[in-house]
Every structure is written in C-alpha cells, then in structure tokens.
Design a protein around this ligand. Sequence first.
Ligand code: HEM
Ligand SMILES: *[C@@H]1O[C@H](CO)[C@@H](O)[C@H](O)[C@H]1NC(C)=O
Ligand SMILES: *[C@@H]1O[C@H](CO)[C@@H](O)[C@H](O)[C@H]1NC(C)=O
Ligand SMILES: *[C@@H]1O[C@H](CO)[C@@H](O)[C@H](O)[C@H]1NC(C)=O
Length: 509
Amino acid sequence: MGIQTTILQVSAAIGLYILYLITTSIRKRFENARFARQHGCLPPSKAPVDWTFNISRPFVIAKIRKQHKFMPFTQAAFQRNGNTFATSVAGKRLIMTCEPENFKTILATSFKDFDLGKLRHDNWAEVLGNGIFTVDGAEWMHSRAMLRPQFEKSQIMDLDDLEKHTQNLLSRLSSGDGEVINLHEYFLNFTLDFSTGLLFGESVNSQLGHDTSAFAKDLDYAQRVISFRVSLENFWWVYRPKAFTQAVKNVHRFVDQSVQLAVDKAQQGNKEEKEGKYVFLEALARETRDPIVLRDQMMNVLVAGRDTTAGFLSWIFYCLARNPRVWDILRQEILNDFGREKPTYQQLKDARYLKWVLNEVLRLYPLVPSNFRYANKNTTLPLGGGPDGLSPIFIEKGERCVYSVYAAHRRKDIYGEDADIFRPERWGEGKARGWDFLPFNGGPRICIGQQLALTVASYAVVRLVQNFERIGNADMNNEELGDLTLTFMPYPGTLVRLYRDAQASRSSD
Ligand code: HEM
Ligand SMILES: *[C@@H]1O[C@H](CO)[C@@H](O)[C@H](O)[C@H]1NC(C)=O
Ligand SMILES: *[C@@H]1O[C@H](CO)[C@@H](O)[C@H](O)[C@H]1NC(C)=O
Ligand SMILES: *[C@@H]1O[C@H](CO)[C@@H](O)[C@H](O)[C@H]1NC(C)=O
C-alpha cells in the first residue's frame, strides 16, 4: 500500500514534470513565433544535411581542414544555400551568414545582444586567462579601456626595432639564393621576434638563433591544442594532454619573468615615461600591478598579433609568387618611392599600390576568415528570411551565428564577376567599402592592433621587395588553397624561391 502510493506519487511527479516541459516548450515556441511576427521575421533557408546524424561528416570536415580547403568548402555551401542559412551541429540550430548587413548587426548595431560565449572563453582561458580576447561584457570593456592607450602609443613608436628585425629576416632569407624555402616559417620567427620585443621589451631573437625556440615551440603547441579543441565543440575539455599542461606552464613562466621585471620597474616609481624604447608591458604596469592581469593581457595581445601578422605576410607573398605582373608593378613603385632607403611612416601610408596589394590580400585571404557570436537574448538579424532571403530572421537566445568574412569578400554581386581573381587595381576603382570588407572585424571589438599590423606588414614588404628581384612559386601542388590555418599544419602554399637583386646586395655590402 505504502509502496504503491509512493510509485503513484513519483509517476505523478514525473508526469507533471514532463507536462511542464511540454507546456514551457510550447509556450516558448508560441512566444518566439509572436516575437518573430512582430519583427517581420521569416525562417531562413536550411542546409539539407543535418550535421548531427551524419557520422562521416566530422571526418570529412577534418580532412578538408587538413587540405586547407575549409573556406572554399563553406563558400560553396553559401552558393548552394544562400547568403544566410540555418544548419545544425549536434542537434542545435546554427545560423551561417555572409551578409554584410548581418555582420553590421552582430558586431555593431546589436553588439550588446551577442557574446563570444562561454565555449570560446573556457577553451582559450587555459592559455590566455581572462584577457581582452576571451572575455565579454563589462570585463571586456575594462580590458579594452586598459589596453587602448598602449596601442595608441605603440603607433608612434619609432621604426628602428622594426628595421632591426627586418634586417635579421633578410639575412636569414638571403643565405640561399633561389633555393626553395617555406616563407611562412620565416615570417613566424620574424613576428615572434618583433612582438616579443615590442610587448616585453626583450626580443626572443629567434632569427639570431638564440636558444628561445623552446618558447616558440611551447606557444605553437598550446595554440595547436586549443585550435583542435574548438572542433570538439562542447567536449573540448576531454582533450588536455600532459604535454599541453606543461607547455602552458612554460609559456606562463616565461611571461611571468617579464611581468615581474616590469612591475619592479613601475614600483621604483618612474611615473613618467622614460626616453628611449617604448615597451608595452612597462606602460601597462603603470596601469595595474596585478601580475595575473598583466600576464593574461600580455598573452592575449601576443597571441592575437603574432600568427595573424605572420599569416598576413605569408599570404602577401603567396599572391605575389603567383602574380608576376603585380610583383613588377609593386617593385617599380617601391623602388621609385623609397629607392633602397628605409621607409618612413608617412611614406608607407602614401604608397598607393602597396595599399591596394595589402587590401586585395586581406580580401581574398582574410586571417580570421570565419568567426562567430552567440546571442545572449532573443534577437533578430535583418537579412536571410523568406524565399528571397530579404526578410529578417529570428535568433533565439543561445543560438550561434557564424559569419563568414571569407565568403562575403568573394561575393560576385559585391565585388564583380572577377571576385575570385587577385587584382589589386580594383581598389583604385572608386568603390568605398564598408561592412563588405571586414578583415579586422568591426564595431566596438574591431582589431585593436590594426594600424600596428599594417605598419609591420608594409614595412617588411618594402624591405623584402627592395632586396629581391624576383619571386618564384615553388608549390608543386599549386591548387587554390583557402585557409592557412596559422601555425598548425604544414603549409605548402608558401614554398617559394627568392632571387636576390645584385644591386641591392652591392649597396648593402
Ligand atoms: C594582419 C593582422 C591582423 C588581423 C587580420 C587581425 C584581425 C583581428 C580580428 C578579425 C579581430 C576580431 C576577433 C573577434 O572579435 O572575434 C581582432 C581582434 C584583436 N586583435 Fe587583431 N588582427 C591582426 C593583428 C593584430 C595585432 C598585430 C595585434 C596586437 C599586437 C592584434 C590585437 C588584437 C586584439 C587585442 C584583439 C581583441 C580586441 C577586442 O576583442 O576588443 N591584432 N583582430
Ligand atoms: C526568449 O528566450 C527565452 C529563453 O530561451 C524564452 O524562454 C522566451 O520564451 C523567449 N521568447 C521571448 C519572446 O521572449
Ligand atoms: C554525409 O556527409 C557526406 C559528406 O559531406 C555526404 O556525402 C553524404 O551524402 C552525407 N550523408 C547523409 C545521409 O546525409
Ligand atoms: C626559427 O627560429 C628557430 C629558433 O631560433 C630556429 O631554430 C629556426 O631555424 C628558425 N626558422 C627559420 C625558418 O629560420
């Protein structure tokens, strides 16, 4: 009797609970539908394949990634399904868009409705802690405010350091005339040297063969693990090899040493900036002495700027190696403007064809080709709904919106029939670009290092182009590749031969 009542009570409770779930779900649907109607929303088109129940799918994707063809693959998905469509990962709806109006809404107009999300934070935080690159909301605003002045000041740094590291790069490159080299490896060392010098005041000088390769190895490995874990979605935490924990420890120890020195210096009370070299960390240590905050922010800035700038340089030479016509025009401009001299800031800014080349590379090979945000409340995107895709769409709280800058940059209705072609001259044809050209993101979270990145890249390009007469493509495969996944995979696309300019070597000997 007692047992029977208990069973009865339990089943009643379960029944009520299920009823509760059903009614809330129905109510939610109803409310969402009403909300959508009020905002004129229509459903987006759907990609036919459900990613959940297709066992082969993750393996297919992994293979495509390995071949550096993930971006062309997603571009094709947009061509099939429209500029905004819904798909699903692990049973959850996901919105994909390459619509500039939607970029603007996610990143600016409705900035407060979207977050980087807990997944990105938790995965990255093991390496980056709580820094500008990983946090949202008020915490992010605080980080941004703390770092902004340092970036403004770093823009007026003199170019001596940059020249020094560029010369080291040149001597590395010049050792073999016309030999096949993988440029990307050289650029990774170059940007590591420059970044550590600017940020910490002390460069690891990998290009001089200093025994700092441990730091670079540990940092690259840690990033490789993080990047792999992104593909595990919610289960990112299952992969945490011992070597990873050790690598992170090593990297942090390295950064902590510099932090300690900077804090000591700041405590010695030199409130004013001393003359001489600008050091990012020392400036930051005048804002806060908290060693963990300093470590986290330094890690964030280092990781955000180093691989991206190296990748940018790699894509520039990838394109130049395949377009001798552009190489010749660029070289002519550079020799006319600068001769064999060091460029100044103003000269770099005024070099017109150089600017076009850089823009064209960023258009076809944006370094952050695809990105995402999570809605932190029910909201809408202005385009993608209905059969013509011109109505708004409803975005439920918690849904992920993936925005593909790569695909937008190659839309023929925006850039013309030759959108897939590398043609720098298009930047001189008077079309002002807005949200349809977004290599550095936009809105409040726009890349804070944009000016710095453009300066470093233009500077290195000028110095290299001055020194080499010709560049040859040595990539046997020579297929159109879509994404240089940073340091993570051997990349065939930047195999080149560089031929020294006899005149340049004579003047520098
Ligand atoms: C060609 C080189 C670069 C490209 C293409 C690039 C691109 C980007 C993009 C797309 C974002 C937005 C990421 C997001 O919000 O999800 C970003 C953010 C950021 N970038 Fe860059 N970046 C470059 C170089 C640099 C450099 C050199 C630095 C610093 C030394 C830097 C520091 C940052 C930081 C700190 C953020 C986070 C800003 C925030 O969330 O408020 N970047 N960058
Ligand atoms: C908004 O989102 C919440 C949480 O998912 C949900 O319960 C609610 O019904 C949604 N709809 C509206 C119109 O608020
Ligand atoms: C699963 O994905 C593969 C690769 O994208 C595709 O060829 C295949 O048709 C899909 N199968 C189903 C049942 O959707
Ligand atoms: C990059 O630096 C490391 C450490 O000094 C060195 O071992 C490696 O050869 C360098 N790579 C290139 C391509 O110069």
